[in-house]
Design a protein around this ligand. Structure first.
Ligand SMILES: [Zn+2]
Ligand SMILES: [Zn+2]
Ligand SMILES: [Zn+2]
Ligand SMILES: [Zn+2]
Ligand SMILES: [Zn+2]
Length: 208
């Protein structure tokens, strides 16, 4: 069973309007290279006779002649159950069987790209700059590392991450800081606090 490989809808990286020209060019070169070197489309076809009993590349269970199967030209010889033909990272089914391969594994476009470039937690685009900001395992374009509330740039500033999102110290205090039981002032992110039975105090002699 052979059929022409048609790469119909081409997965697109979206361009962040804020991307600098140089970064945009790097994104285009990156996209072109991985389309050339990693992109493919699986072929759904019944398991052919010579492959009877061979293991599914993902789950390892056997495929029998005539069962529905999927093959991938960039990973010649392997077969998958149709439901096993999914991204190695997120396990989501691959739309139109379009995959990107790396080291013998198949990925969706998003997670294949993330093997090579970090993704900005604010704009959701890949980061091609030399420099990015990293905190608690997430990354940002330096210019997108801004307070979630007031959008003040936080590069080089004090910040607090709440639920993985950066906040300036002032917004964090007004949103999240609990008042001290003694003096009534908020207990800022950089203050020591004392807690007892759910109540909070500044951990200083005047309050606690
Ligand atoms: Zn399987
Ligand atoms: Zn994925
Ligand atoms: Zn960004
Ligand atoms: Zn703020
Ligand atoms: Zn206090």
């Amino acid at each position: 069973a052979s059929r022409a490989l048609t790469l119909s809808p081409r997965p697109q990286e979206r361009y962040c309007p804020g991307l600098a020209e140089e970064e945009r060019e790097q994104l285009q070169a990156f996209s072109a290279r991985r389309r050339r070197e990693a992109l493919g489309q699986g072929l759904a076809c019944p398991v052919p006779g010579p492959c009877h009993g061979c293991p599914c590349r993902k789950c390892g269970r056997r495929l029998n002649q005539g069962d529905p199967g999927v093959s991938a030209s960039r990973l010649g010889g392997h077969l998958w159950h149709p439901s096993c033909f999914c991204c190695h990272f997120c396990h989501q089914p691959l739309v139109d069987l379009i995959y990107f391969q790396q080291d013998g594994r198949i990925y969706c476009g998003r997670h294949h790209a993330e093997l090579f470039r970090p993704r900005c937690a604010s704009c959701d685009q890949l980061i091609f700059l030399e420099e990015c900001i990293e905190a608690e395992g997430r990354r940002w374009h330096p210019e997108h590392f801004c307070c979630l509330e007031c959008e003040a740039p936080l590069r080089g500033q004090r910040y607090v991450l709440a639920s993985g999102r950066p906040h300036c110290a002032r917004c964090y205090e007004s949103l999240y800081a609990e008042p001290c039981q003694a003096c009534g002032e908020p207990i800022g992110a950089d203050c020591e606090e004392a807690t007892h039975q759910g109540l909070r105090w500044h951990a200083r002699a005047a309050c606690f």
